[in-house]
Design a protein around this ligand. Structure first.
Ligand SMILES: Cc1cc2nc3c(=O)[nH]c(=O)nc-3n(C[C@H](O)[C@H](O)[C@H](O)COP(=O)(O)OP(=O)(O)OC[C@H]3O[C@@H](n4cnc5c(N)ncnc54)[C@H](O)[C@@H]3O)c2cc1C
Length: 440
């Protein structure tokens, strides 16, 4: 690895102290590099956020590990962070009131179904899923650009006459990307699934949570990096040719720069020279789905007493999905997810609607939490949402996020080859960016 000149501040400057930036910095330090990490927030972790609600610490950002994500499992082991299976015992519920779907097709009757197990298993049992699996596999192999011209919603409306199956795919889209099917390119949907796990092939494993939470991953990485990490230091400009990074108070020099921020947040950084056209197009087209994650704590896990798993899906409603969130040390809690248009319109006053929906799903006790905490990710100017996707037309117009661009290396989950959008992708991209630099 080329080392920086004596007057440089570091060999490598990493922009962003989310999981990806911190893993990248850790690998670079292990490879002998002098590293500085610059983070805009007053905390590390980015989209991994731990917060005290009631008597428990909860993840208000990313949370679950699933089988097939080896890097995340290895990192948790490396940091001594345990995984426990997500509570699934009991019935889950899908409530689809009479509604007009985003594709304009009306459902005739109210539908409320109690399922014996996980909602994802019901998705897999749906008819025509084999067809979707075939398309996901093809999208991963050759990315047919003509599939990029329409949205997932338009494809569902045209190809899937069965309303239940259409709903199931829409549920999956909303739960994964926090956007409505008509907002996402059909090709981008398929290609992102191809880069992770196919949810429709029947092999999806059970999710696990971390103890005390996923927020412990970046916290432990940052603690080991110590004063290499600077908080409250937003990067305003990167000059790749000069090897400089400008913050509000200084211009720092390094041989390499790693960009470990979401594309939507990178729009606020001035690049010299400008990013190549493909990366610039991805940067401007990228849309992270807005999501509000709410955690409500209770005196008792009354849903478990009633034989319910805590997993539910509701449409229409402010809350779109819920899951059991009881902590490993026994604080009873439900997590509720508000997505897409409802999340974009979110104000703190909407917590009253969240409690109404929880009452609809779980009864009166659900409207009487001991405490409530939430984070609105769509309104967070350093995240802009949760999982990024591209609207129809962006991929076929050449949009592609990833590097390197000379000495600018692109980490962050959106730059991953495997599991983009997930913690696994954040590590995948981080380790690739670190390897690029160490091999240079
Ligand atoms: C509600 C929610 C639920 C999720 N659930 C899951 C899940 O169950 N499983 C899963 O695997 N993933 C989940 N995810 C996704 C997961 O959290 C992310 O994939 C992962 O945390 C991304 O890490 P990152 O380092 O790539 O980006 P980030 O965490 O976004 O880190 C980027 C960092 O860059 C900083 N930054 C931005 N701009 C600048 C700048 N100009 N200068 C300096 N710093 C800057 C930001 O403040 C941030 O700290 C979820 C996300 C959300 C929001």
């Amino acid at each position: 690895m080329p080392t920086a000149t004596d007057d440089a501040d570091a060999d490598v400057i990493v922009v962003g102290a989310g999981l990806s930036g911190l893993v990248c910095a850790t690998r670079l330090v292990a490879g002998g590099a002098r590293v500085r990490v610059l983070e805009a927030r007053v905390r590390t972790g980015g989209r991994l956020l731990g917060r005290l609600v009631g008597d428990g610490m909860f993840d208000l950002g990313g949370q679950w590990w699933t089988a097939g994500q080896p890097r995340l499992a290895a990192l948790a082991d490396e940091l001594g962070i345990a995984r426990v299976p997500q509570h699934r015992a009991g019935a889950s519920v899908i409530t689809l009131d009479p509604f007009v779907a985003s594709d304009g097709l009306a459902s005739a009757t109210p539908r409320r179904r109690t399922l014996p197990g996980r909602i994802v298993d019901a998705l897999v049992r749906g008819r025509r899923v084999a067809e979707l699996s075939r398309l996901i596999e093809r999208a991963g192999r050759e990315a047919p650009l003509d599939w990029d011209r329409e949205s997932l919603g338009a494809w569902l409306a045209r190809e899937i006459p069965d309303a239940t199956l259409r709903d199931h795919v829409a549920i999956h889209c909303e739960m994964t990307f926090a956007v409505e099917p008509h907002e996402l390119s059909f090709l981008d949907y398929l290609a992102q699934l191809a880069a992770g796990g196919d949810p429709f092939d029947g092999t999806a494993g059970d999710e696990h949570r971390f103890v005390p939470g996923a927020f412990a991953l970046p916290a432990r990485l940052a603690a080991a990096l110590g004063d290499r990490v600077s908080l409250a230091t937003p990067v305003r400009a990167i000059d790749v040719g000069a090897g400089t990074v400008r913050t509000d108070s200084a211009t720092l020099r390094a041989s390499h720069v790693v960009l470990a921020v979401p594309p939507a947040a990178a729009r606020a950084i001035a690049f010299t020279p400008p990013l190549p056209p493909a990366a610039a197009a991805a940067l401007s087209a990228s849309r992270a789905g807005p999501v509000v994650k709410v955690v409500a704590t209770y005196a008792r896990a009354f849903w478990r007493d009633a034989g319910r798993s805590g997993e539910a899906y509701l449409r229409p409603g402010v809350v779109r999905a819920t899951a059991d969130a009881c902590t490993a040390d026994g604080v009873p809690a439900l997590a509720a997810f508000v997505v897409a248009a409802e999340a974009a319109a979110w104000t703190p006053a909407h917590t009253a609607h969240v409690l109404d929906d929880l009452r609809r799903l779980f009864g009166d006790a659900a409207a009487r939490p001991t405490d409530l905490g939430f984070h609105a990710w769509g309104a967070d100017p350093l995240a802009h949402g949760c999982v990024a996707g591209l609207p129809p037309g962006a991929r076929s117009a050449g949009a592609a996020w990833r590097g390197p661009h000379a000495r600018l290396h692109v980490a962050g989950t959106e730059a991953a080859h495997r599991w983009p959008g997930f913690m696994e992708g954040a590590i995948d991209a981080a380790e690739r960016a670190a390897a690029e630099i160490l091999a240079a």
